[in-house]
Design a protein. Sequence first.
Length: 201
Amino acid sequence: MLIKLYDDNPNAAEIRRIVAVVRSGGVIIIPTDTVYAFACDIFNNAGVEFIAKIKNHDMRRANLSFICHELSEVSEYAKMDDKSFKLMKRNLPGAFTFILPGSNRLPKLFKNRKTVGIRIPANNIALHLVQELGNPLMVSSIFTDEDTTEYITDPELIEEKFGHQVELVIDAGFGGMEHSTIIDCTGDESEVIRAGAGILV
């Protein structure tokens, strides 16, 4: 099912409707400030495992990230020192994924992972969904192995390709093709390990 939303003013009733699907265990596809992504509640074990499976990833090494609403929420699931906090504060919301040490409050499914990817995208739809849900969404970008980019940018074609595997696809217009910039903040100094759409300041 395709649900149309506008990033500058997401419909509150539709946000509640989508979050109800997520709370009931649904996997959805959402827009971000970069590419469209699979998403589910971080506490939905079946949903997290389903996304890892659909991406053909081993759960132990899967590239999965949390979308948080604000930095105060990040501190519940990841450890930030002064340097990483200041770096994130300067650059978020934005097209970045920050790799941080995980805290002891990570959901059980993530307990064996030492790090967690954190996103606060500059996308009102994603942020409204997380705020309404009350905890982060677990996300992973949709496939990019197609010969044509339309299947990762056009919501109608995304729905055509993945609609039978997920509960909802949110149509926020054409998405981007460039992934987020990934910054590893687990060492003494932060390090860009994938250059993408975000430019650090």
